[in-house]
Design a protein around this ligand. Sequence first.
Ligand code: ADP
Ligand code: GLC
Length: 476
Amino acid sequence: MRIAHVASEAVPIAKTGGLADVVGALAKALGHMGHRVFIVMPLYRQTMNGPIDAEPVMPDIDAGEIRFRIYRKHIGPVDYVLLDAPRLFARPAPYGTSDGDYPDNPIRFAAFARAAILAISTVIGGADVIHCHDWQSALVPLLLGRDPLLGGAMTGTPTILTIHNLSYQGSFEPWAIDAARLPRELFTPEGFELYGTVNYLKGGILTASRLTTVSPRYAREILTPDFGYGLEKVLEARRNRLSGILNGLDTGVWNPSTDPYLARNYSRRDVTRGKRACRAALAAELLLDDDDSPLVAIVSRMAEQKGIDLVAAAIDGIVASGLRIAILGAGDDAVQNEVLEACHRRPGRAAVRIGYDEAHAHRSYAGADLLLMPSRFEPCGLGQMIALRYGTLPVVNAVGGLADTVRDLDTDPTGGNGFRIAQLTPEGISAALRRAAKTVRNPSRLLDARRRAMAENHDWKRPARTYEALYTELLA
Ligand code: ADP
Ligand code: GLC
């Protein structure tokens, strides 16, 4: 099959979160299965990992008065098609800065959606299915066959929309319609109108041939008001087209026995020695006390979703329980400051590194005994799967993908692989960590749990086959 993914980020070219990991790794897995796979994404000149070492291909594309130059780059089995419109995408970051989202985002991602459709139809010579991800490409299914500016390109092509995070919807004031040159007649409840605003994700939800989200549990949760972010009724109306497919992990990138960033590589056989060396190195790097107390890590975007504000309030309790904590994260300024302040009060016991740091993330997963993910909601979550692979026991709030992947060791000593937080409060977080620390301090239970965690298989083979089956069904 010819499969075109349309997304706003994908590894190894641009990443702000798990979306990029998933798009890049899924495309690679499908490519290795023998499909012809494309990733169509914006070219972010300033945030690309490395220079554009690709030639532009002809012709340029005109997407509603915005001209895109097209670059192509083959990486492994995947053909990356990079859409370059510097006026819209040469910015310090893909979506916005600490001052907020770019005000012209509706224009940027409407132009991107159009240019993507046109690039698929002309430059790459068509596709059997178009697989879109999140609000940034959610206009693709809506505009296909409905937008006069597209001249009928790719009309009738089956589309899949994967929701990676329902809390980001691409919701704008109605001025966006004319500014982005969207057809006015689509501003209805059957189109992209939601309570008087323009909602790109809603447009995609109503028009994609199939909807998926990134874990079975989240697929059920988003039908409820608590997790639906105002779109639960829209989703309910299309629930027979909606399924949850648990993400995989790129096990080539995330492999403690070959990971180039670690102080010492290790596998299930020598996990105790390996992790001891990695933990000592991580503690030294962060100026944490050099002792044998359990080390908790966090690797996370700092956003409301991730519950890091609760961790800031829990730090005193965590430290009082004899644990050390190492936090890596970037994002919301207010949350960052809370964490910085809490950690500075506890030198030697709590440390934080603000920023996006791939190498340090690898060392955190490897060096920690426990990985803390107190998310308020979590569509899938990759951190807990990475942790398991590194023999690091996840301590999670059991929602979304976290509920689908983490089983509590105290309720299920022979089948468990981590710990579930009973109550999502600062006290609840400290209590779960205290409980987890008991296992960490018990060498035989710890070894048993680590080995079981590391034996789990979260690679992309199974999810990629499930997506393949979905595409096949659409083509039948
Ligand atoms: P989300 O996409 O909601 O941020 P996921 O758990 O799906 O959450 O994916 C997060 C990904 O980003 C993981 O690969 C994680 O290791 C990485 N990550 C998050 N924060 C940082 C950071 N500050 N530095 C490096 N990597 C990070
Ligand atoms: C989103 C979600 C995260 C998920 C990722 C990849 O960023 O917040 O839970 O793992 O997308 O699907």
